[in-house]
Ligand binder design. Sequence first.
Ligand SMILES: Nc1ncnc2c1ncn2[C@@H]1O[C@H](COP(=O)(O)OP(=O)(O)OP(=O)(O)O)[C@@H](O)[C@H]1O
Length: 262
Amino acid sequence: MIKPSAEPIIEISNISTRFGSTQVHDGVNLEVHRGEIFGLAGSSGCGKSTLLREIILLQRPQAGSIRVFGKEILGLDDEAALSFRKSWGVMFERGALFSSLTVSENVGLPLHEHTTLSDALINELAAVKIALAGLPASAGEKYPSELSGGMRKRAALARAIALDPELLFLDEPTAGLDPLSASGFDELVLHLKQSLGLTIMMVTHDLDLLWRVADRVAILGEKKVLGIGSMQELSESDHPLIREYFYGPRGRAAWDKAWNQK
Ligand SMILES: Nc1ncnc2c1ncn2[C@@H]1O[C@H](COP(=O)(O)OP(=O)(O)OP(=O)(O)O)[C@@H](O)[C@H]1O
């Protein structure tokens, strides 16, 4: 089993983000370590998705530094940005699969774009990723519209790992799933981390998921990181907003569930 180390894979320093007159981040600092599952949580609108988009180079903060694999990624030229984008996989909340392509074609797409492998080999690799994501082989021939919501998430995950990334970003991976599919997804995330040695950063509102899989979590609020640590450590925090997060109605339910599973 791969244990998290303190080696930072993502280092975020003093990030400041504004949309017009709205300040979203004002001095956000955090580190994600190699081999860990790191959760980004906090109330709606606190800037989780925006921070994720900044790390994956879809958006630029006004100030600060983001280092990935030890290199500054803000201000890269297009070519350098492309090479960074290849080193991570992203699963977006809605899957972002191409509806006119089969699952197998969707998963093979990054391989077609970024490698010179033959079609036959790409099909084989796509089948491996589809299996790793816990889908039956028959799902490869299907179009996204023929799959359930949970299967679509798994197909999106298969595509996110197509290029064997070291780093995987998940945006609300269990949103819209029923509790059974969501808990299957927890298992899958843990399995992928362990079997592929991935470092995973995920944005989520799903406290059950955080209790079950996250090594550490940062809670964003008041434009900063309010607290960072294991769920157990955060649940013992004195910060009023973190306490509200944990002991408000949703937090309480997840806490009881986590406690009962011990
Ligand atoms: N492109 C944009 N233009 C203007 N405002 C934006 C833009 N993107 C995000 N915002 C604003 O920034 C703030 C943070 O949004 P963000 O989506 O990052 O929050 P979040 O914590 O991910 O929320 P949720 O949990 O509801 O998804 C919100 O007030 C949002 O309206």
